[in-house]
Design a protein around this ligand. Structure first.
Ligand SMILES: [Zn+2]
Ligand SMILES: [Zn+2]
Length: 282
């Protein structure tokens, strides 16, 4: 499948266009596309049962402000970064060639590895951004959203967009050798970050099956309280480095005194107080 699509891309575009504007357009399509199911859910009362902060809905003004800022940062920060990647990537053995297309079995191990690398990098940079000396200059902007919604994921100061963006490119720079790998990775990474900010913890979400996956419950708590957890993807960094204490206390209270069975590997399924009808106190 990759081969057919990539043949069409190579036949129609110059490599610089593929790495720059085309990757940019792909990013926009996936990012805003990943938001649409969450946006649709916002329109129906029925889905409130799985909303993490059920009484909070973003106003139209908030969404419009977010959209305007995002478009500016996408054009003036992300697009130049992608163009820069075009010039840097060949030094790391990166290619766009047909013969170098990745095999599906390579992607199967690379995508989880990229998530782990990105998560570790994100944890420390994000934790650094919360240092009281720098917080108000950079990261405060991302925290304008105390009850985030999908596209609030990339709503951030340009400095933050740049430094956290490096984390997304780290894994591919060291382990991937092809633009297709970057595109596949971008797809999963964008869907993940939009989910993190979706404001929903729905029981049918396939990510519920991934051990140690933080999901929206984990990151939403960070937006609500400014406390840890700081990770983007998994729960293990905050657990190991002790920055999930407030989150765990909150979960314990929410669940009426009993923590989930296997925290930090599994803890989801409790978006809000109303979602657990039979609370039991130990
Ligand atoms: Zn933060
Ligand atoms: Zn966030």
């Amino acid at each position: 499948m990759f081969a057919k699509v990539w043949r069409v891309v190579l036949d129609n575009f110059h490599p610089f266009v593929i790495a720059g504007p085309l990757t940019f357009a792909y990013h926009e399509a996936v990012y805003f596309g990943a938001w649409t199911p969450w946006l649709a859910m916002d329109q129906f009362e029925y889905f409130k049962r799985w909303k993490i902060q059920p009484d909070k809905t973003p106003s139209k003004e908030m969404v419009m402000k977010c959209l305007t800022k995002l478009l500016k940062s996408h054009v003036f920060i992300q697009l130049p970064m992608q163009m820069m990647f075009y010039f840097v990537a060949p030094y790391f053995g990166f290619s766009l060639a047909m013969e170098a297309l990745p095999k599906s079995r390579d992607l199967l191990w690379q995508i989880p590895v990229f998530f782990a690398i990105e998560d570790f990098y994100f944890y420390w940079v994000h934790r650094g951004l919360h240092h009281k000396r720098v917080y108000k200059y950079v990261h405060k902007i991302h925290h304008e959203h105390k009850f985030p919604f999908g596209i609030a994921a990339e709503y951030a100061h340009p400095v933050e967009t740049f430094f956290l963006g490096i984390g997304t490119l780290l894994g591919p720079l060291f382990f991937a050798k092809h633009m297709v790998t970057l595109w596949v990775w971008l797809f999963f990474r964008l869907v993940e970050t939009v989910e993190d900010h979706s404001g929903y913890d729905v029981p049918w979400n396939p990510t519920n099956l991934i051990p140690f996956w933080g999901g929206a419950v984990h990151h939403d708590f960070h937006h609500k309280t400014f406390e840890g957890p700081y990770s983007s993807v998994f729960t293990w960094c905050d657990w190991m480095f002790g920055t999930d204490k407030e989150f765990r206390k909150h979960q314990l209270k929410l669940r009426g005194g009993s923590e989930s069975l296997a925290y930090p590997a599994v803890f989801r399924g409790a978006p809000n107080e109303r979602s657990l009808p039979s609370k039991k106190v130990d």
